[in-house]
Design a protein around this ligand. Structure first.
Ligand SMILES: Nc1ncnc2c1ncn2[C@@H]1O[C@H](COP(=O)(O)OP(=O)(O)O)[C@@H](O)[C@H]1O
Ligand SMILES: [Mg+2]
Length: 427
């Protein structure tokens, strides 16, 4: 769709369509939105991101019929907003698509519960039902025990949470939020972003969220449309935009993104390395350590991650005549879920003797994140060479001793591995 403000909007659109630039049609009007097409899927948070003046608010006003497009059409759940009668439009706005208040201001003379129920009251929901629903909302935002408090007894962040929950619960299927968090101070803003994602997951609303802040876009968006001078220059998932920017403009924009908060463990992980099944015993673990020249391996059982064992522990076990891996597995090894953000990986990587294991919902080992991969993903370490590897667990026991120990518990002599240089000194 197109939106041109000014004296000759239709003529401007024709010229834009045949290749004129925004500046070239300035004599005919301000081209606020140029050829912007996109589809929002039910249940997603679709973010429109761009600098001030790029056309975001104009787009969102066309979505709910507040502004007619100069050319093009808006469909909401298959129904045309653009060609709707005034009466039909009111219906669409009430049931299907609505703008969430910019400020989640609470009414100072009503209790928290009555505030939470207020939007439902306006919709004509009966007292009992709206109080029940309002209590549920308050539980969801962790304020179930503050229902009878007055707004001025809550912290600023709590008040915002009540307001957000109220808007999401009372609103229609599709919610339009135009710079809804932009006026908040950074801490509360972050809290609200997290709350929005959580509530959205629970309530399954479709949200079109506008922001000029890329970090906010990346954190909230299932998909992001990046706007520049009226055009959508890229439409993709946060990961796509981060790892495959459509042009230099987007690339420059994403430079400052807090990657740790956007990228997930699953998106950067490598295949699992240095693993051994429990059933292989200390001997199996020793072999892996010797062949891969690492000082610790991940132990798995039925594809599930169990823990790690170190070379020292294995040697000690052999000396004590124990062969079962289970007794020496270090079960405190930190792992991450594939959907966890890299911030969590960073934390765990610090104390991890092995590349941080990545597991799925059922605890299966699906990958590992070596420190070097983590640093590369965060954009900190561009070059790691074969000569200069970063290894989590350099061998702490000389290769010869590993081989000797292996021979002790194996009937036949063991062949020496091809690789000679050990990672003397480690990281
Ligand atoms: N009602 C209007 N009349 C004239 N120009 C407008 C109007 N609304 C927006 N514009 C212009 O359209 C462009 C896009 O504005 P807007 O959609 O508000 O951008 P954003 O929300 O991304 O900051 C800007 O150049 C703005 O000045
Ligand atoms: Mg705006």
């Amino acid at each position: 769709m197109f939106k041109v403000f000014g004296r000759q909007p239709k003529a401007a659109v024709e010229r834009l369509r045949s290749g004129s630039t925004r500046a070239e049609v300035a004599d005919a009007g301000t081209a606020a939105v140029i050829d912007a097409s996109f589809t929002v899927q039910p249940g997603e948070i679709f973010v429109i991101m761009g600098l001030s003046g790029s056309g975001k608010s104009t787009v969102i006003r066309m979505l709910n019929g507040l502004l007619p497009p100069t050319a093009g059409e808006v469909l909401v759940q298959g129904q045309s907003v653009t060609n709707a009668s005034a009466k039909a439009l009111r219906g669409i706005r009430r049931r299907s698509i609505s703008m969430v208040f910019q400020h989640f201001a609470l009414l100072p003379h009503l209790t928290v519960l009555d505030n939470a129920a207020y939007a439902l009251e306006i919709q004509g929901v009966g007292r009992e039902e709206r109080r029940t629903r309002a209590r549920e909302i308050l539980e969801k935002v962790g304020l179930g025990d503050r229902a009878d408090a007055m707004p001025d007894e809550l912290s600023g962040g709590m008040r915002q949470r009540v307001g957000l929950a109220r808007a999401l619960t009372a609103g229609s299927d599709i919610l339009l939020m135009d710079e809804a968090f932009s006026a908040l101070d950074p801490l509360i803003r972050r809290e609200m972003q997290e709350q929005l994602v959580e509530l959205q997951r629970e309530l399954g609303r479709t949200i079109v969220f506008i922001t000029h802040d890329l970090n906010e876009a990346m954190f909230l968006g299932d998909r992001i449309a990046v706007m520049r001078d009226g055009r959508i220059v890229q439409n993709g998932t946060p990961e796509e935009i981060l790892t495959d920017p459509a042009n230099d403009y987007v690339a420059q924009f994403v430079q400052d993104v807090d990657r740790a908060r956007v990228l997930t463990a699953g998106s950067v992980m490598a295949p699992p390395v240095a693993t051994t099944p429990v059933s292989a015993g200390v001997r199996g673990a020793l072999r892996v350590m010797r062949d891969q020249q690492v000082g610790a391996v991940s132990v798995i059982e039925n594809r599930r991650f169990v823990g790690t064992v170190t070379d020292r522990a294995v040697i000690r076990a052999v000396k004590d005549g124990r062969t079962d891996l289970r007794s020496i597995v270090r079960r405190s090894q930190p792992v991450v879920h594939r959907d966890d953000p890299l911030t969590d990986v960073v934390e765990r990587s610090v104390e991890s003797p092995v590349p941080v294991p990545v597991v799925d919902d059922s605890g299966r080992l699906v990958g590992a994140i070596p420190r070097v991969t983590l640093l590369a993903a965060l954009g900190n370490v561009p070059t790691v060479t074969r000569e200069n590897p970063v290894i989590e667990a350099p061998a702490t026991v000389p290769a010869a001793e590993l081989t000797q120990t292996l021979e002790e518990i194996t009937d036949s002599p063991v062949t020496t591995p091809h690789v000679v240089s050990a990672t003397e000194g480690g990281v």
